[in-house]
Design a binder for this molecule. Structure first.
Ligand code: GDP
Ligand code: MG
Length: 192
């Protein structure tokens, strides 16, 4: 995919703020600080478009980006930030859950995990939910540059086993590793 334009459209906190047209959307989800914004920026080749934050757990809105005037990326709030206030934790379920459950033009959910870590309970719950509701989804293990080849291989096996899935894509935002493959999956889902 050649990215000719990418722009931030809006942040939304509730359904009425979502965009009311039928452009297809790709959602990005994962625990806070997993590297979601960095992955979006590396895919688009635009530094700083999606805000990478030093205060995890603060972005509770859905952020919409318009790509090539044709489709959108939706950056969902990160979950599982232990120190987030309780009210905010409860909000995750609402804002992101409503979106995942109701959005008709959602064609692919990209579930991002940290290649260094065992998937969390919430990661596994989210995966089960996506499977159960037959939402097209893809697991991407990012920050691969932080591991040796040997460690990476071991961890990828561990992650695939935890999710009971053979297809886990290796990614690194800093090295742009996995970028072409991920774009390939996105393009495929946009054609469906
Ligand atoms: N080495 C490395 N660091 C990364 C990568 N992706 C994200 N980071 C770092 O991880 C931190 C959290 O990233 P961010 O994109 O803000 O995560 P988000 O909260 O999921 O949106 C930042 O300090 C990033 O620079 C990666 O692929 N490799
Ligand atoms: Mg972010």
């Amino acid at each position: 995919m050649k990215v000719t334009s990418a722009e931030f459209i809006k942040s939304a906190f509730k359904e009425t703020d979502w965009l009311h047209d039928n452009l297809r959307e790709i959602a990005f989800l994962g625990r806070s600080n997993v590297g979601k914004s960095s992955l979006i920026n590396s895919l688009l080749g635009v530094r700083g478009l999606a805000r990478t934050s030093s205060t995890p757990g603060r972005t509770q809105s859905l952020n919409f980006y318009l790509i090539n005037q044709q489709f959108r990326f939706v950056d969902l709030p990160g979950y599982g930030y232990a120190r987030a206030p309780k009210t905010i934790k409860a909000e995750w379920g609402k804002a992101a859950g409503d979106y995942l459950a109701q959005r008709e033009q959602l064609v692919l959910s990209i579930h991002i995990v940290d290649s260094r870590h065992e998937p969390s309970k919430q990661d596994l719950q989210l995966h089960e939910w996506l499977k159960h509701h037959q939402k097209p989804h893809l697991i991407v293990a990012t920050k691969a540059d932080k591991l040796s080849n040997n460690e990476l291989r071991k961890n990828m096996d561990r992650i695939a086993r935890a999710f009971n899935s053979t297809q886990v894509l290796i990614y690194s935002a800093t090295e742009r590793r996995g970028r072409d493959q991920l774009w390939g999956a996105i393009e495929k889902s946009l054609k469906r």
